[in-house]
Design a protein around this ligand. Sequence first.
Ligand SMILES: Cc1ncc(COP(=O)(O)O)c(C=O)c1O
Length: 350
Amino acid sequence: MKFNAEKIYRHSFASDNNSGVHPYIMQALFGANSGHVIAYGDDPFTLEAKNIFAGHFGDDVRVYFVMSGTGANTSALYSITRPYNSIICAETAHINVDECNAPGKFSGCRITDIPTEDGKLNVEMIKACIKGRGDVHNSQPGVISITQPTELGTLYSADEIRQICDFAHDNKMLVHMDGARISNAAFALDMPFKEFTRDAGIDVLSFGGTKNGMMFGEAVVFFRDDIATDFEYFQKQSTQLISKMRYISVQFSAFLKNDLWKINAGNANKMAELLADKVSKIEGISIAYPRHTNAVFVYLPKEIISKVIDDFPFYIADDENGIVRWMCSFDTTEEDIRDLLSCIRSQMNK
Ligand SMILES: Cc1ncc(COP(=O)(O)O)c(C=O)c1O
């Protein structure tokens, strides 16, 4: 999908990556921008951010700041696998379809993807795809990677996550969670981050910030010391060790302090709820997947798509079936939703 690169849109529904930076994050960046500190993370800003993560996840947690979501997934998966492993994930997983196979390339692993109805895996599906354990001719299942919320905007309950983790651990596998939008999940579940990650059995988490009001930066969070020992080398080798680390750390401190993460995710989720509610009342449009977080997937008549997309950019998730994705952000307003809906209504009535 090609959008108009010459235009600054008042609002786009294509991705929460299209939004700007929350003013408090910008202020925090300015606040950290004086004096010299030691590079690569030995600085007071990084210490503070790590302590805040420890407050959320426990004192013994190991936290590393990286530059992008792809970088978080890639460095995390690279560090906890051997090249003869396979990484099991949903067919729709970002690591499977949207990362140019960076996790596969760095880790050397085979990515084994499972088709799903709603982006979610369960134990039965995973069991069915595990073949050739102990057979030298087969790649050996090493990690299950789940995305929370999924790429289709759906959510795992803490119990569903626990079942997957218990199965993985009983079968000598680890579980990675891609939490690029973890704040949206925590808000929707109304749970502390820890309850559906560490307490549910997740071993390593990619914790997102960029999609919820930060400028850039994600965290890799390990809940087990023994699998984190060599992470720094994997981080460096996969180009995810930034020298001016303070500019990620200080953003995370601002993001996690005073519940900015919750305010931002709450707005994005509530705007998506409003959009889903209103759009589902328009005749000829229906919701494609249950809306749990800040993504709304709908069946939109194909002739309408091209008429709306120029003014309100969005992605076509399934061309054949006419499913489009609208993504709300920390800065989406009711007016933005009204404008999108009135554009759709006027096109539908033509
Ligand atoms: C679920 C999920 N994981 C990971 C990423 C990767 O993030 P980045 O684009 O920062 O590499 C994205 C980006 O859209 C995503 O949606």
